[in-house]
Design a binder for this molecule. Structure first.
Ligand SMILES: Nc1ncnc2c1ncn2[C@@H]1O[C@H](COP(=O)(O)OP(=O)(O)O)[C@@H](O)[C@H]1O
Ligand SMILES: [Mg+2]
Length: 1079
């Protein structure tokens, strides 16, 4: 939290004189002294700062202090010049008000220091940046330059400003400095040629002689020894605490920073040297024939050197010091100068030279520091003008200076009172006018156009005829005699006739700050400020550019007969402008007071301070301030400060601050006449009231401190307790956590074991599967490898040596087969089917083939043979084949029949006429015609019969007659029975029930049995509607004779009747056929 202090805190005496109680001159001084003794050199009168010169450096200007006062309210901290500077800068920056800082006080009171403090504070708090810093630096560095040329040691002040200075610092809208303009007022140039006892010439002379290098001095034709120069006072050349040599370096450096060119610096130094040289020029009288004295230069060496420095022709200057040309009515009259006049001319030249050089320096500095931009800017003016001066011997300069101070006092009165009144109006407070001394009357005495002292001085100066200081005083005596503030012995005001403190050649003015006695001697001259034209023309002729520039009126082509304006007139005019300028700005006052005349610290000379306080009108200032209300404060800070005094406003007031203050005041029962409510401030009439509030506040603060202490202690204990409690919870929590952790770890490890077993089991299972899979894959690989190997070997076998044997073998076998087949071709047997020959096989291993080939060849030979057959032959063979099928290996007769061709028609029945009748009886073509024996059942003897076979029937006819004995249709035949023997017997059995069956079966024998049976069988086969005729081959069969069935039995018997077969009836039912045994 920001610590808010107040002007009222830690106060030594009172920080603001307005609060002084009781208010009297004594108490006022006592307060100042009290504060001064405690190093509180600043005290306020409202917004005015009183500054006591401490004459020693205090640790209150540090950067920390700058920060402390930065952006704080004026009354917030203990009085300080920084508070004023901050207030001025902030209202310039934030409220867009031009400001001026008016620093007044007598010589040595600390005005210049104050002005520097203000400038350095503003420089420290305003914007930063390369450009801004350069501007700041230039503004600050203009000070050492001007101080070197314009300040001197006086009895009052070792570094007394001998010119008035007003500096306008220009800022842009952000509050960054842009540049500045310096105005200078009336340099005390008489100091160049003459210094009062105990004082010095301007610093620069001493600085140059002690600080410049030998080389520079040689160039400037100077000697380091001060005593060689008439213009330098010798008794106080060295000043305690002042290092001229070091300061010279500072000045050179400052000039460089401000922007002086090297040759400009050189020129300036040359002019300074020329002034010193000029002082050394001395004159001696030389009587002339007309009895008058004429001046002659004693020793021309200095003149020569000076002329060399400035580039002036020696003779011209020499003449200018001896003669004076006066122009009257277009005529030039030259008069000689006597020694006194020559000295006067010399000093006038020196003074002019120096003061013009000073003005040029100011102009030159202004050129450097002027604002570069043309945008609208805000201005802060700092006025450090020479203070009110009362010397033993006061002359024109003091008169002018004091006039200036009168004007400043005037403006102070006007602005402060006006400001005060305006504030009341602004705040809506009733205002009753307050009496105060208005010094306008004194200003009028001096500056009145008609009868003001300055106007009369001008009148005297311009008046033709003899004009002396005495005539001027006479004039004053007549015109101003009645003025309250003018005193003169010879005035018509008889009350001063006996005033011996008032010499005859003097007049006295009652300034606002006291009475000052002015000696009129020199008034006219100084006001005229004349420089003989011969001298200015001589200067203009110089080759030195700067000096030529400083004396423009010496230009012979621009001779101006009009007198230049007098010094008084000029000063009045410039003071007038300054006042106008100041009036447009918001004033801020610093009133400097010097505590003693000894330039010593810690000494507070009561009378001296009392005097200053009086003439500065400080008491009046306080009174005016208090006339209305002694103290005022904006509502917010007021409420903030006193809110603890009322329960309703403590600790927070929610409403508007003004209402809070009203509640507060009502609660505190402050009499209503003691305060007023303005629009933004509360005005407290009597300081007592404020102190009452302060006292209550102090007490309340003590109570509050106790309360805070109490609460703090309680809070601390509670905090301690809570901390312990919290710690206990933390410990418990940690322990629980630890225990749970342990338990968890146990469970976890058990789980891990179970898990690991399961996982192991699963893994092993998986491993087995994988292994199996792997083996399968390996087997497949092996098999495929073998298979591939086999394939490859097979493919490449032909390239293997091991296979050669097989190949040779195959080849040989092939060759053998080839030879075998080719040989077989040549030894083929004949194509006859009955041919049995077949070539012998050459090798045993060909046995199968050989036999197979023989079989194939035979089949092929038969096929070939068969393919040559005609249809008839084919039929014959077919019959033969059929016969073979029926009888082969069944009947012994068969083999003998194979060679017999089947003739069929053995009887040539169609050709033989014997059988014509028979032939015609048979419609169909006769398939077979033969003679057979029909066996008689009774005896077994055979009767020849013709046997005919047609397609449809079997016909038996008588051999002799050819008469058909029986005709049996083929379908009526049931079967044929034959024996297995080589006999020709066969029985035709008829189907029971058929028409032919009535006569019974036929038992026949034939030589062509095989042919007959075969044809019978065949005929039946070709006729599709008939059943195949059964051929029954056995050695015993039954034959149906009429009603009886007779068995025919075949036996092999010894041949009785040669080779013939005999049939005998054995009994009724048996016929026995004996068949010779075939060998
Ligand atoms: N605030 C201060 N702190 C320390 N010394 C100071 C202060 N003000 C003035 N002085 C001393 O007093 C001397 C005269 O001050 P200066 O400002 O030159 O007076 P003035 O300009 O009023 O004639 C300075 O040289 C310095 O030694
Ligand atoms: Mg000064």
């Amino acid at each position: 939290m920001e610590v808010k202090t107040s002007l009222l805190d830690n106060m030594i005496g009172v920080g603001d004189m307005v609060l002084l109680e009781p208010l009297s001159e004594d108490s006022f001084l006592e307060n100042l002294r009290n504060r001064f003794d405690h190093n509180e050199i600043y005290t306020y009168i409202g917004s005015v700062v009183i500054s006591m010169n401490p004459y020693r450096s205090l640790p209150i200007y540090t950067p920390d202090k700058v920060e402390e006062y930065r952006n704080r309210n004026f009354y917030e901290l203990s009085p300080h010049i920084y508070a004023l500077a901050d207030e001025a800068y902030r209202s310039l920056r934030d409220q867009d008000k031009d400001q001026c800082i008016l620093i007044t006080g007598e010589s040595g009171a600390g005005k210049t220091e104050a002005s520097k403090l203000v400038m350095s504070y503003v420089a420290a708090v305003c914007g930063k940046g390369q450009e801004v810093n350069k501007v700041k630096e230039q503004l600050l560095q203009s000070n050492p330059v001007l101080e070197a040329f314009g300040n001197a040691k006086t009895v009052r002040n070792d570094n007394s400003s001998r010119f008035g200075k007003y500096m306008d610092i220009e800022f842009d809208f952000k509050g960054d400095p842009l540049g500045g303009v310096i105005s200078n007022y009336l340099l005390e140039k008489s100091r160049v040629v003459k210094q009062p006892r105990g004082e010095r010439n301007f610093h620069i002379f001493y600085q140059l002689l002690s600080g410049a290098s030998d080389d520079t001095l040689k160039k400037l034709k100077l000697d380091r020894d001060f005593s060689k120069y008439n213009y330098l006072s010798l008794d106080s050349a060295a000043v305690n605490g002042l290092d001229d040599a070091a300061n010279f370096r500072t000045v050179r450096n400052a000039m460089q920073i401000v922007g002086f060119m090297e040759d400009e610096v050189q020129s300036v130094l040359e002019l300074v040297a020329a002034v010193l040289k000029l002082g050394n020029i001395e004159f001696k009288p030389e009587s002339r024939c007309n009895g008058t004295d004429e001046s002659r230069i004693k020793d021309k060496n200095d003149l020569k050197e000076m002329c060399e420095l400035l580039g002036i022709e020696q003779s011209v200057l020499e003449r200018a010091f001896s003669y004076r040309t006066v122009e009257a009515k277009m005529e030039k009259v030259s008069t000689t100068l006597n020694v006194a006049q020559a000295y006067y001319a010399r000093d006038a030249l020196a003074k002019n030279l120096y003061s013009r050089l000073f003005s040029w320096l100011v102009t030159r500095i202004n050129e450097s520091i002027k604002a570069q931009t043309k945008t609208r800017h805000k201005v802060m003016g700092v006025l450090d003008i020479y203070g009110f001066e009362i010397f033993e011997d006061n002359s024109f300069e003091q008169f002018i200076i004091n006039y200036c101070n009168e004007k400043l006092q005037q403006i102070f009165i006007e602005l402060t009172l006006r400001e005060e009144q305006e504030e009341y109006v602004r705040e809506g407070i009733e205002w009753t006018n307050i009496e105060y001394f208005n010094n306008a009357i004194i200003c009028d005495l001096i500056e009145n156009h008609q009868n003001g002292i300055l106007a009369m001085l001008d009148e005297e100066c311009l008046r033709p005829g003899t004009v002396t200081d005495e005539t001027f005083l006479d004039k004053l005596n007549t015109i101003c005699a009645e003025h309250q503030h003018f005193e003169s012995r010879l005035s018509k005001n008889s009350k001063f006739l006996t005033d011996h403190s008032l010499p005859h050649s003097c007049f006295r003015i009652q300034h606002y700050a006291g009475k000052v006695l002015y000696r009129v001697e020199g008034f006219v001259d100084k006001n005229n400020d004349l420089l003989y034209r011969d001298l200015s023309q001589a200067m203009y002729k110089a080759t030195h550019s700067l000096i030529k520039q400083l004396f423009p009126e010496g230009n012979p082509t621009k001779v101006n007969l009009k007198r230049p304006p007098t010094a008084g007139f000029q000063f009045k005019a410039s003071v007038g402008t300054l006042m106008k300028n100041l009036q447009t700005k918001n004033p801020n006052y610093i009133r400097c007071i010097k505590p003693n005349d000894k330039k010593a610290s810690h000494i507070f000379t009561d009378s001296l301070v009392r005097h200053q306080a009086r003439y500065l009108g400080l008491m009046e200032n306080v009174r005016v301030r208090r006339a209305g209300y002694a103290f005022r404060q904006a509502y917010e800070p007021c409420l903030e400060r006193y809110k603890m005094l009322c329960k309703r406003t403590w600790p927070h007031w929610r409403g508007p601050a003004r209402e809070g203050v009203e509640v507060l005041m009502a609660d505190l029962q402050v009499p209503t006449e003691e305060y007023s409510y303005g629009r933004s401030k509360i005005f407290i009439r009597n300081p007592r009231t404020l102190f009452f509030l302060e006292e209550r506040r102090r007490q309340c603060l003590q109570d509050l401190a106790t309360l805070i202490q109490k609460i703090y202690r309680g809070w601390k204990c509670r905090r301690q307790f809570l901390l312990l409690k919290k710690s206990q919870i933390v410990v418990a929590a940690w322990y629980r956590r630890y225990a749970q952790q342990k338990k968890y770890q146990k469970i976890k490890s058990a789980t891990t074991v179970v898990q690991s077993y399961t996982r192991g089991w699963q893994a092993r299972k998986l491993l087995r599967e994988l292994k199996y899979q792997k083996r399968c894959e390996e087997a497949v690989t092996t098999i495929s490898a073998f298979w591939h190997g086999t394939q490859v070997r097979r493919e490449y076998r032909k390239f293997f040596r091991a296979n050669a044997g097989k190949k040779i073998y195959d080849f040989i076998i092939q060759r053998i087969m080839q030879k075998y087949f080719l040989g077989l071709k040549n030894t083929m047997p004949p194509m006859s089917p009955i041919e049995k020959n077949w070539p012998a096989r050459p090798y045993l291993f060909l046995d199968g083939v050989h036999k197979e080939l023989r079989r194939i060849f035979h089949l092929w030979r038969c096929k070939k043979y068969r393919s040559q057959f005609t249809e008839e032959k084919k039929a014959v063979y077919e019959e033969k084949l059929e016969a073979s099928e029926i009888f082969k290996d069944k009947k012994a007769l068969y083999p003998s029949s194979v060679n017999q061709p089947f003739k069929g028609d053995y009887l040539e029945i169609s050709k033989n006429p014997k059988y014509q009748k028979l032939n015609s009886a048979v419609d169909e073509k006769v398939l077979l015609a033969d003679v057979v024996n029909k066996i008689n059942r009774a005896n077994g003897k055979g009767t020849a019969r013709i046997f005919l076979l047609t397609k449809k029937s079997v016909v038996l006819a008588d051999q002799k007659t050819g008469q058909v004995k029986a005709s049996v249709p083929l379908p009526d035949l049931a079967s044929v029975s034959v024996s297995t023997q080589s006999d020709g017997f066969f029985a035709l059995k008829l189907k029971e029930g058929s028409a032919s069956a009535i006569k019974g079966d036929f038992l026949l024998s034939s030589e062509h049995l095989i042919e007959i049976i075969t044809k019978l069988h065949r005929t039946g086969a070709t006729d599709a509607d008939r059943e195949q005729l059964l051929v029954d081959i056995s050695d015993e069969f039954l034959v149906q004779f009429k009603q009886d069935k007779v068995c025919v039995k075949f036996i092999q018997g010894a041949p009785k009747n040669g080779n013939s077969v005999s049939c005998k009836r054995k009994n009724n039912r048996l016929l026995e056929v004996s068949v010779p045994t075939t060998a």
